[in-house]
Write a protein that binds this ligand. Structure first.
Ligand SMILES: [Zn+2]
Length: 290
């Protein structure tokens, strides 16, 4: 009892002192100094927050001493672990910075984008944990998140999360009237390669983005780097590819594998963050303050 009373008295005295100091600005406790993020980290955080609203909460230094990306589901992803990676390491285990580093060459294919530098594959370095958080942690979860989307006569299942299915639907709304007057597109569009398939990327143990229901393949006979015997022919094929098809996908947040050094001409993948980053760097889009 006596102990309690002493504690109460001490608390009162403390409150009194705090009250006095509260009125004296010079003695007020200063907040911890705000440490601005490095510009590249601030840009990547900004585009990720904008592209996936409600998913990405922020970035802060974690227990590892490295900057970490904080996701709403509690996932923490190392943004920049400071390591210099070989190409293989960048593909197999990128940090978020590596995933975002190569800027997608938005717009009609030209001589430059048809001749990408070696290992220039913007979008191909993916932090798998990020995609599991975005779209579902298992095949069953992904399937549950999918809905059929009308695409060239098919009901293609696509992930409804983060606007992916709606975006694919709008791609076909853009393309349908054009496809009707471009019969030569049939060899690009058909047979339809498909969307969702829980599988690894060829010759790797990493999940393909098709696993998440966020990528679409057109005609599987289109050139693919791993099987192509005449890669020297690819720039001409990239330049001849219907520009309207690429433009419709890019307008709705998809990147095209035809712009990768590891070319994959059938492949389009929903990556709104990469398109937004490209636009911000060109001054064609602005991120909100903060
Ligand atoms: Zn694909």
């Amino acid at each position: 009892m006596k102990h309690l009373r002493t504690t109460s008295l001490l608390s009162l005295a403390l409150l009194f002192l705090l009250g006095m100091f509260a009125g004296a600005p010079a003695l007020a406790v200063k907040p911890a100094p705000h440490q601005p993020l490095p510009p590249e980290a601030a840009l990547d955080l900004g585009v990720l927050k904008q592209a996936y609203p409600g998913v990405v909460l922020g970035m802060e230094k974690g227990a590892s001493g490295h900057l970490e990306l904080l996701l709403a589901d509690g996932t923490r992803l190392v943004y920049d672990d400071g390591r210099t990676r070989s190409v293989k390491e960048a593909e197999e285990a990128p940090d978020v910075r590596t995933m975002m580093a190569q800027v997608y060459p938005l717009g009609p294919a030209d001589e430059a984008s048809a001749h990408p530098a070696a290992h220039f594959d913007p979008g191909r370095r993916r932090v798998q944990a990020f995609f599991l958080s975005l779209y579902g942690h298992s095949e069953a979860e992904v399937r549950k998140n999918c809905r059929p989307v009308q695409f060239d006569g098919h009901k293609a299942p696509f992930n409804t999360r983060h606007g992916a299915a709606d975006a694919l639907e709008r791609v076909w709304v853009r393309l349908a009237p054009l496809a009707a007057v471009h019969p030569e597109w049939h060899k690009v569009l058909r047979p339809f390669g498909g969307t969702v398939e829980w599988r690894n990327i060829a010759a790797t143990t990493r999940l393909s983005v098709h696993s998440f229901g966020a990528a679409v393949d057109l005609n599987p006979k289109l050139a693919y780097w791993l099987e192509e015997r005449h890669p020297e022919k690819i720039p001409a094929e990239v330049l001849a590819f219907p520009r309207e098809i690429v433009a419709a996908f890019e307008a709705e947040g998809f990147i095209w594998g035809g712009k990768w050094a590891a070319f994959d001409l059938m492949h389009f993948e929903y990556r709104p963050e990469l398109l937004l980053k490209a636009k911000v760097l060109r001054g064609e889009a602005k991120l909100p303050e903060n």
